[in-house]
Design a protein around this ligand. Sequence first.
Ligand SMILES: NC(=O)c1ccc[n+]([C@@H]2O[C@H](COP(=O)([O-])OP(=O)(O)OC[C@H]3O[C@@H](n4cnc5c(N)ncnc54)[C@H](OP(=O)(O)O)[C@@H]3O)[C@@H](O)[C@H]2O)c1
Length: 291
Amino acid sequence: MSETILLSGANGKTGRAILNKLVGLKQTVKVFIRDREQWPALKAMGASGFAVGDMHDADLVESAVMGCDKVIHVGPPMHADEKTMTENFIAAAKKHGVRHFIYYSVMHPLRREVRHHSLKLDTEEALIESGLAYTILQPIRYMQHLLPIWQKVLDEGVHAMPFNTEVHFSVVDLEDLAEATAIVAAEGGHEYATYELAGPQGLNQQDMAAIISEVVGRPVTAQAITLEQVAANARAKGFDEDRVEQMLVMNRHYDHCGFIGNPNVLSWILGRVPNSYQQFVERLWAEQASS
Ligand SMILES: NC(=O)c1ccc[n+]([C@@H]2O[C@H](COP(=O)([O-])OP(=O)(O)OC[C@H]3O[C@@H](n4cnc5c(N)ncnc54)[C@H](OP(=O)(O)O)[C@@H]3O)[C@@H](O)[C@H]2O)c1
């Protein structure tokens, strides 16, 4: 009988990408979702079963975990309750004999100035001390942060992010992260490991604008947008004040320190060099052309 993997946060950007790769590896996936109406779309993607619940509800989390062999826990971004929600999955996994617990964290959780990094560090500690066989995945900033501004970049020729245009990021393709997560869950041998997962190049906003310009064949310039504008955009999207404040803390921090990592571990898991920013933009451009 095939093993069942419980995937939390399954309806989100990261969750859907991981589900897709797990299904590609013929894994049996039960999705943990917040709303029953999310199930048909995830079923169509190849999920085998579902549980509906809030990650805060320990009883619902326990009934979702029961009968599963492995858990991939992807919590919501920048959430003040990251640790308590994850502890619900950890407790249930311990109680029901889960063999492998994969926690989707962030690179450099020790950056204590940024709360959602720091909370993930506390959560990693709780997982390690739980005694479960764990793998901690520490992804860097996604290339996919381009998606919400892609059309504006094409229309106005401005690549605007809330950082100075010279600070560097080793951005990574979510497709690569999802593939690596699925491999770690499916192939075994990754227990008791913590993996930093970064893209292949350190790029600043000017480098990214130049790459986009080359791919789409029109001028694109990099621009730093103000934190006031970031806050206004986040409020317009309906983000609560706690998340808005944490975004500002993060953007101030990255503006100062950047976010640089090493691609070796991701290359090793994938068995190839991770996708470059140029490849990522070429894919977006090809999708645009075919739509
Ligand atoms: N973006 C990056 O560059 C980056 C880098 C490193 C790590 N990460 C980490 O990646 C993780 C996932 O991020 P994402 O952008 O994929 O998030 P996302 O798209 O917002 O997805 C989060 C999912 O969690 C669900 N959810 C939220 N609160 C819940 C609750 N209380 N109970 C049950 N489900 C709940 C959401 O449900 P609904 O679908 O109903 O809203 C959604 O499906 C985060 O932990 C983040 O820190 C992100």
